[in-house]
Design a protein around this ligand. Sequence first.
Ligand code: ADP
Ligand code: ZN
Ligand code: ZN
Length: 657
Amino acid sequence: MMKYAKVIVDISLAKLDRTFTYFIPEDMREYVRPGVRVTVSFGKRMLSGYVLELVETPDFDIDKIKPIESVDRGYAEVESVMVRLARWMKSEYGCTLNQALKTVVPVPRNVRKGAVRVKQVSLTESCQHDPRPLKLNDAQKAAVDGILSSYPKPALIFGVTGSGKTEIYMSLISEMIKRGRQTILLIPEIALTYQNLSRFTRRFGDRVGVVNSRLSAGEKSECFQKARRGELDVMIGPRSALFTPFPRLGLIIIDEEHESAYNSDTTPKYHAVDTALKLSELTGASLVLGSATPSLESYTRALAGDYGLYRLPSRAVSGSVLPKVTVVDLRKELREGNRSIFSRQLLALMAQRLQRHEQIMLFLNRRGFTGFISCRSCGQAIKCPHCDVSMTAHRNGRLVCHYCGHSAPMPDRCPSCGSPYLAGFGVGTQKVESEVKKLFPEASVLRMDMDTTSHKDGHSKILASFGAGEADILIGTQMIVKGHDFPKVTLVGVLAADLSLYAQDFRAAERTFQLLTQAAGRAGRGSVPGDVVIQTYAPDNYAVATAAKQDYYGFYRREMGFRSLMNYPPAGAMLYVLVSSAEEEAAWKEAKAIAVELLSEADEAMSVIGPSDAGISKIKDQYRKQIYVKHPDKGRLLALRDMLIASHGENVQTQLL
Ligand code: ADP
Ligand code: ZN
Ligand code: ZN
């Protein structure tokens, strides 16, 4: 038995990322293991911390070593796997060990017994359904057999929407249950709907746990404890469900693996796919990714043979075919005198579908570009005084900043030139709604965007209502296209396909391709064939053109050509460095110093771009300057990042793109 423990003290000071040695009193030796939470005296305070390792002899004066005060035994011990995962996250994402541990090890709460209900999907309604598995078709069978016979080799299931990926997941989960192993299934938060979850609870009953971001910390912790105690076989949730402490993890499935929601936007800025790959290595589990539009990273790895690749090119339900897609050039519409937000083709199809009592989805790409107010005289958009972004007009007449929440009344005159001619630019979902109501007063319309879904359960209520056929038309932003299955929808209209192409991001074309392909996948999921109309100002853009043809390979070849030419990921590695300061001059100075530092380390293969203003050059009164560093070798960039963190500390934020 080891007598000493190295403990990392759990305080929020990021700088204090080192271990301290404590003596393990005899009666605690049975419980103190790496990953366990303990209370120790630290200076004059009592603090909690995590045990990182056990040692025979201390590296410190034995007389000064204090004993561990108590071990948190009520809190389930996490295996040393979680500590090793946290160490990897620290080196991969440049956070402190403390931050990584807090992410992977659920923080225990004092949960009053009986106070917590673990939310379960209600089963009452679904009792008449048949829980027996469907007979898999050949493509599904090939995937299941291939994945199990090469287990635990990672796999990518590249299957069009409706091709039966979910059936494959359920079949794999059944096999894991037979083997006495557990499964983590990640799905995007927005797709955690009754419809999706009930398929799993019907098949696996109450051995399915579900977590989502609306659970309180106590509820989530209780759900994780159930998993730890072996009371669950499957955990379904968004990216944080990856850290479910299952005793014998056998499988991690990431559905819609290309979704950007799998990238954490808070420190540590981890990528769930890469982190899952590491976790599967540490546990001996297999990783299975599924998508109709795989990320370039995953598809490239699959082509290289690192992942098994399984294709499902057609829909599983016989008679259900992929929809017919039409691309409409909005410039031509305008030339021919149509100033409406609806092209003539879309309008005609809408009228026809309403007459036939079939459902319609209208999709507006991205919220940030719409609804802002600009001056007709000088062209200036009205911006937030604290952020470098345009304010968005809301129906109540106020302008709101979506970055800091600042809100102001609509001004009478342009703040730049005093002109009284201010006008809304672009169309928001509210505008689309009022246009639809004008054109089709008899149609019932539902709208789904950040405003209508901000209250609890807002989005699932809207989706449930639309799914039950209570409305003819659903209007929304990207949230309506993700993974929802409405068999009565036979028409999908994409009102302006190009907007996301202008985002300052080398992945903009990929995101546009994914969104359009997914939007198209919403039409005709039942037996009635579907139509998709993509309205665009850029019909020749390859992302739009290949999405319209549902041509993933065509898109992949073009896009990889571009990434290779520019050394963008996945062709090379790229590091983003952001410097921010309340003083613009100070931000510039530090950014320039960093660029010089980086250049002094540069070799032939490295390029340093910047500093320049960040895409949004000011947020919450902090000026932001950015630098990009490209290098074919990721390891080299990680070393440079650690150097910057050591020399500039908290003034810089870095992210591997
Ligand atoms: P995906 O997850 O790829 O979108 P799903 O697994 O949801 O696809 O399947 C789409 C539809 O096809 C569902 O209604 C499902 O019940 C049905 N389906 C899937 N596999 C089969 C099969 N082998 N035989 C008959 N129907 C199937
Ligand atoms: Zn003006
Ligand atoms: Zn603001």
